[in-house]
Design a binder for this molecule. Sequence first.
Ligand SMILES: *[C@@H]1O[C@H](CO)[C@@H](O)[C@H](O)[C@H]1NC(C)=O
Ligand SMILES: *[C@@H]1O[C@H](CO)[C@@H](O)[C@H](O)[C@H]1NC(C)=O
Ligand SMILES: *[C@@H]1O[C@H](CO)[C@@H](O)[C@H](O)[C@H]1NC(C)=O
Ligand SMILES: *[C@@H]1O[C@H](CO)[C@@H](O)[C@H](O)[C@H]1NC(C)=O
Ligand SMILES: *[C@@H]1O[C@H](CO)[C@@H](O)[C@H](O)[C@H]1NC(C)=O
Ligand SMILES: *[C@@H]1O[C@H](CO)[C@@H](O)[C@H](O)[C@H]1NC(C)=O
Ligand SMILES: *[C@@H]1O[C@H](CO)[C@@H](O)[C@H](O)[C@H]1NC(C)=O
Ligand SMILES: *[C@@H]1O[C@H](CO)[C@@H](O)[C@H](O)[C@H]1NC(C)=O
Ligand SMILES: *[C@@H]1O[C@H](CO)[C@@H](O)[C@H](O)[C@H]1NC(C)=O
Ligand SMILES: *[C@@H]1O[C@H](CO)[C@@H](O)[C@H](O)[C@H]1NC(C)=O
Ligand SMILES: *[C@@H]1O[C@H](CO)[C@@H](O)[C@H](O)[C@H]1NC(C)=O
Ligand SMILES: *[C@@H]1O[C@H](CO)[C@@H](O)[C@H](O)[C@H]1NC(C)=O
Length: 455
Amino acid sequence: MDNRLVLLTALLVMLSWMSVGTYAATNGTAGTNGTSGTNGTSVTNGTAPPITPNTTVTELMTPINRADCGIGELCATQPSDCDPSTSSSCFFLAAKQSSGRNFDIGLSGESDGYLAATLSLDSELGGNDTTYVCANNNGVVKLFGTVLNNGKLTLRDLPVDSVKGKITGKKIQCTFSATVPAQRARASQVAIAISTGTFNSSTNALGDPITQLKSPLVDLANPNTTVTNETTTGTAAPAVTTAPPITTNSTVTELTTPINRADCGIGRLCAAQPSDCDPSTSSSCFFLAAKQSSGRNFEFGLSGESDGYLAGTLSLDNILGGNDTTYVCANNNGVVKFFGAVLDNGKLTLKDLPVDSVKGKITGKKIQCTFSATVPAQRARASQVAIAISTGTFNSSTNALGDPITHFKSSLVDLENANATVTNELSTTSHAITIQQSLTQALLFTVGVLGLTVL
Ligand SMILES: *[C@@H]1O[C@H](CO)[C@@H](O)[C@H](O)[C@H]1NC(C)=O
Ligand SMILES: *[C@@H]1O[C@H](CO)[C@@H](O)[C@H](O)[C@H]1NC(C)=O
Ligand SMILES: *[C@@H]1O[C@H](CO)[C@@H](O)[C@H](O)[C@H]1NC(C)=O
Ligand SMILES: *[C@@H]1O[C@H](CO)[C@@H](O)[C@H](O)[C@H]1NC(C)=O
Ligand SMILES: *[C@@H]1O[C@H](CO)[C@@H](O)[C@H](O)[C@H]1NC(C)=O
Ligand SMILES: *[C@@H]1O[C@H](CO)[C@@H](O)[C@H](O)[C@H]1NC(C)=O
Ligand SMILES: *[C@@H]1O[C@H](CO)[C@@H](O)[C@H](O)[C@H]1NC(C)=O
Ligand SMILES: *[C@@H]1O[C@H](CO)[C@@H](O)[C@H](O)[C@H]1NC(C)=O
Ligand SMILES: *[C@@H]1O[C@H](CO)[C@@H](O)[C@H](O)[C@H]1NC(C)=O
Ligand SMILES: *[C@@H]1O[C@H](CO)[C@@H](O)[C@H](O)[C@H]1NC(C)=O
Ligand SMILES: *[C@@H]1O[C@H](CO)[C@@H](O)[C@H](O)[C@H]1NC(C)=O
Ligand SMILES: *[C@@H]1O[C@H](CO)[C@@H](O)[C@H](O)[C@H]1NC(C)=O
């Protein structure tokens, strides 16, 4: 075959790959839609519809046991490995995925009042965490949907049906089907808690829950997970490292080392527009670097040209706005002034943010600043954020920040992964694409252009 033919064929193959990539990418946007997942009642695409609440209880004929633990069912037990069908003091929860976010749940334990299971999306009990309560109502099980906040239970309709229950002495056993709350990032990462409390059957009053077991974040859909009190075996979610958050200190000292792109990809995550521009040498280069110091504490570098301010935004849901954390470095008559702000509806509102060690330098129109910050917590994964770089006007006499103009916006990336290549969604394509796909496409595109040059 003629060399040109080979190249042409290769090009055509590449182009078809690229279109497959683009197709897959548009398909992928449903999953990255941060807002749809936040609603506990919404359905994830491609899965079963949520359950309609029906708390009618029928009798549980088969006692709950640990037969399928690890081979079809996720089990949480306290003490570990106790069998709820034989042991009298055994707190036990089993979860088995039926479809999508619908799970069959079994709960067993001893209590004079109620036995409850809490599913927490952020590993901290409270903040209206979904809690299923099986109460001993004069010898029969009564199920309550509730949310846990500040150590108190509040009744709430939950998508639960097929409730079965049995009381044997102090032992409460119940099974039910439930549509579990949606995690923003991963469908089924939750912390599980089992608790007990008092129940007054004449008033339906639920006493404050006493936690008997609490797990770290686990994948509810993985039956191989075995959960014990604060520990797991099998495939558990990585423990979230927690360094203390930074205390706000916006004092700015002089930045003596210009920001550059050394260490990009080998210790620091970098976002740049144009991609690969070096902020230490290029005059038109919007640049943000992030390096994890500990837990959610990161060191940031921000560089770009602006007459007013330069800002970096971190969005947890991939959509700019909704009070996204924004770090603003403004040109205040030739010196950097730092502002913490939140971005909502295209406007910045000042807000104290956990930021310290701010350094800054103004050179002509170029604004460079570095700072340490405790980044906002993603519910599921500590560091998945979309990064944006923007500029706007700054009035140094009133401290007024003009509306930001976005120059760079990434898709959701893992801030902790220094190797992540962060590409600009704004300049490349109009549709949201994942990093891997954009990288593949960029590579293919480069090869394609080379091929054309040879032709
Ligand atoms: C998603 O991709 C699958 C397979 O690639 C395809 O069958 C399906 O129609 C796509 N859905 C959308 C909404 O593009
Ligand atoms: C993302 O969520 C918003 C708000 O719920 C909705 O309007 C939009 O259609 C969703 N997009 C996709 C691709 O699901
Ligand atoms: C959640 O869903 C409920 C019921 O469908 C709806 O009323 C509410 O507005 C939704 N909330 C959000 C934040 O989408
Ligand atoms: C998934 O979303 C696509 C596009 O929004 C829609 O066409 C399709 O019907 C949805 N699938 C299900 C099962 O809801
Ligand atoms: C819990 O829900 C109540 C009622 O919907 C609301 O007022 C409260 O702000 C919520 N608390 C949290 C921490 O989300
Ligand atoms: C509620 O559940 C009970 C028992 O599971 C069932 O007999 C009844 O028909 C259900 N009610 C509705 C409205 O579906
Ligand atoms: C249940 O509540 C009623 C009304 O507040 C009270 O009179 C009764 O003593 C309570 N019963 C128990 C067992 O606490
Ligand atoms: C669970 O374990 C079995 C056997 O060890 C394995 O084949 C399966 O892939 C595992 N499932 C998950 C979701 O890890
Ligand atoms: C479970 O773990 C928590 C935290 O480590 C601890 O406070 C609690 O006492 C433990 N519960 C039991 C029953 O061991
Ligand atoms: C942003 O924060 C303000 C003030 O706390 C609040 O009134 C507003 O509802 C928030 N907006 C969103 C989208 O969370
Ligand atoms: C704030 O930061 C400046 C410079 O980094 C430092 O000199 C000062 O001591 C800090 N203030 C407090 C209260 O820590
Ligand atoms: C980053 O790349 C280096 C070298 O290629 C590798 O050793 C390291 O494991 C990578 N880190 C991550 C988080 O992928």
